[in-house]
Design a protein around this ligand. Structure first.
Ligand code: C5P
Length: 227
């Protein structure tokens, strides 16, 4: 039997720091990294560019299918300088509520699972996409701190926005992501719940690397199972 590939999932609301922690953790462990939000954002961006109504389920299903079949389009959208825009995040959040869109994008996320391991961040990584993850984290932070972080990120990218607008966007997106029927933002029952308000991403990532290594000694998902 082939070796099983270990997964670490980090879920949480927007701007909770999960993307930065996931990248650092992947770097520390030499693992691959999946930012699943970017896939939903790419779909949101394509819908905006194509002037499609985000609540038209048939159009959104077609669009998700097109993205899955066109790797080059997906990758160029994911690398667009505007992928982090709030408008793109809001569009992503709207189409992410459609069951068929989520079903179409699910296999694409799972194909990112390659040796030696994967750190995946998003909203449903631990609950739906990788339910067998060795370590599941649910990362939160105070909403004022999240708004401050997002504001700083926008400044660094030369984009602008008032703290009040960012706060309201985050609150709207939290509500939309948590209240939807399909794969709502929710901590997996077996996840570690961490509040990142007072921690640096470096502190968190190195603590999680230690937790992962400790868990690995007990998990069949960390070791080859023989040929
Ligand atoms: O993580 P990020 O803020 O980039 O995600 C953008 C949007 O994509 C989220 O607000 C959420 O609605 C959607 N998303 C999702 N499931 C994921 C990742 C992102 O529904 N696994």
């Amino acid at each position: 039997m082939a070796a099983l590939v270990p997964v670490i999932t980090i879920d949480g609301p927007a701007a909770s720091g999960k993307g930065t922690v996931a990248r650092l953790l992947a770097q520390y462990l030499g693992f691959n990294c999946l930012d699943s939000g970017k896939i939903y954002r790419a779909a949101g961006m394509l819908a905006l560019q194509s002037n499609l109504a985000l609540d038209d389920e048939a159009d959104m299903l077609y669009l998700a299918g097109t993205l899955v079949k066109n790797e080059a389009t997906l990758s160029s959208l994911m690398q667009s300088p505007n992928i982090g825009d709030e408008a793109v995040g809001a569009a992503a959040s709207q189409l992410a509520a459609i069951a068929g869109v989520r079903a179409a994008l699910l296999p694409l996320q799972r194909t990112q699972l390659r040796p030696p391991g994967l750190v995946a961040d998003g909203r449903d990584m631990g609950t739906v996409v990788f339910p067998d993850a060795v370590l599941k984290v649910f990362l939160t932070a105070d909403i004022n701190e999240r708004a401050r972080r997002r504001w700083q990120q926008l400044q660094e990218c030369g984009m602008h926005g008032t703290m009040k607008d960012i706060f309201l966007d985050l609150r709207r997106r939290d509500e939309q992501d948590s209240c939807r029927a399909q794969s709502p933002l929710r901590a997996a029952a077996d996840s570690l719940r961490i509040d990142s308000t007072q921690c640096t991403p470096e502190e968190l990532a190195s603590q999680l690397a230690k937790d992962f290594i400790a868990r690995c000694s007990f998990s069949p998902f960390c070791f080859p199972q023989g040929d």
